[in-house]
Ligand binder design. Structure first.
Ligand code: ADP
Ligand code: MG
Length: 397
């Protein structure tokens, strides 16, 4: 699908995305820079992506007429949120190029299938996930309570629909496990052993239709209350040997399922001396990821550029990071003062700091915990980036 092309019937080369959130918005921006037209399918009239796209199809994600219109407008279609109904992608794939596929999205949507996938490629990836047990029935719950005390203390996670730490309960005892499972509604879950994390990191991989693979170096992520708060992306942010292993593992994980598009694989770095050799795979997101937003300002091709290239079947450039970077997520909390009164953040002071790149997603209403935007700080060296990031964080706290 050539950028900027128009077919004999006058139809413009158009890329589509199911979902109208900020990931869709940044995808649309990247696609438009290359001259593509864009179409967004999203029920919300004021969505971050819908507001900036050439076409906004305002229907439910699984609306047959909306999907038909999307397929009619676009030559290739992607999605930007993890819980898109896999059936939607399957339907679209009957008539259009769709990436990632319904099959791989289904795996990423279910922790049980996801862990099975990680186990299936552990030999090539060289990493395993945290010890865990599946709990789908009362009988399994009792068996785990009786036989898997090795998983305590642990985290009970719903198999589906979890994100930003939602759908998780931390437990210490077998008795607490039953209550936690009830609290989560008795749905399919995994109980994972709580590991002593020294750090968390993620790796972005892009793979094309022709199986060409490129990747970014791992970035180190700091979560607060289950939500990504800060991403550190520069040489030395984690030990080189671990970084190399994580990157190779992520590539193997993408290859093994024949992934097409951008995939983010999250890892735990665990305290030395553990049985896991220091690196554990946590989960994967079948799309560009919050932890990769720094690539827009710090790399010569961003994660969104790569998603566009992969979908359009263009050669994938091996991205090169030209500046060390720190990304600060801007949650809705920043729009409220210490007394809970609404306030406009002091952008003037923030933007006066050198190397600050502000991205706001166009969301109308700020709410606590809502991702409103992010700030990426780049600079000539790691020390100055850290100094500016500290100053910016103070201004935004
Ligand atoms: P989500 O889908 O919400 O991102 P995760 O499985 O990534 O769910 O868990 C959210 C966060 O909880 C992780 O980033 C990590 O900080 C912590 N966490 C999750 N699983 C474990 C574990 N097994 N041991 C220690 N910390 C964990
Ligand atoms: Mg996670």
């Amino acid at each position: 699908i050539f950028p900027g092309s128009v077919d004999p019937a006058g139809q413009r080369a158009t890329l589509g995305v199911v979902g109208g959130g900020q990931l869709g918005r940044m995808f649309v921006h990247a696609a438009q820079r290359l001259g593509y037209f864009t179409a967004v399918l999203e029920p919300d009239a004021q969505s971050p992506a819908g507001l900036v796209s050439h076409h906004h199809i305002q229907t439910d994600y699984d609306d047959p007429a909306g999907l038909a219109q999307l397929a009619q407008l676009c030559q290739a279609i992607t999605t930007e949120f993890e819980n898109v109904p896999a059936q939607v992608l399957r339907t679209l794939a009957q008539v259009r190029r769709v990436a990632p596929s319904a099959a791989v999205v289904s795996i990423a949507q279910n922790r049980i299938a996801e862990k099975a996938h990680f186990a299936a490629c552990a030999e090539v990836s060289g990493v395993t996930c945290a010890p865990y047990a599946v709990i789908e029935t009362p009988a399994q719950l009792q068996a785990v309570q009786a036989e898997r005390t090795d998983l305590l203390p642990g985290i009970l996670k719903t198999a589906r629909m979890g994100y930003d730490g939602k759908g998780q309960v931390r437990i210490k005892t077998a008795a607490e496990l039953a209550a936690a499972w009830a609290e989560l509604g008795g749905v399919a879950c995994v109980l994972e052993k709580m590991l002593p994390l020294t750090a968390e990191c993620s790796v972005l991989v892009a793979r094309g239709w022709d199986a060409q693979v490129v990747s970014f170096a791992p970035q180190r992520n700091v979560h607060v209350e289950g939500i990504l708060a800060v991403t550190h992306a520069y040489e030395g942010t984690m030990p080189l040997a671990l970084a190399t292993r994580a990157r190779e593992a992520a590539v193997a994980i993408a290859q093994h399922i024949g992934y097409v598009g951008v995939l983010c694989v999250e890892f735990f770095v665990v305290a030395d001396g553990s049985e896991h050799g220091g690196l554990v795979v946590n989960e994967m997101a079948p799309r560009p990821h919050n932890s990769g937003h720094y690539t827009i300002d710090a790399c010569d091709a961003s994660q969104f550029d790569l998603q566009v290239y992969a979908m359009a079947g263009l050669p994938l450039p091996q991205p090169r990071q030209h500046s060390p970077a720190i990304m600060l997520n801007l949650l809705g909390d920043v729009w409220f003062d210490a007394h809970g009164q609404p306030q406009e953040p002091n952008w003037y002071a923030v933007l006066r700091l050198p190397g600050t790149h502000l991205h706001l997603y166009g969301k109308l209403e700020a709410r606590a915990g809502r991702k409103m935007g992010h700030l990426t700080i780049t600079g000539p060296d790691v020390a100055s980036v850290k100094t500016v990031a500290r100053r910016a964080a103070e201004l935004l706290s």
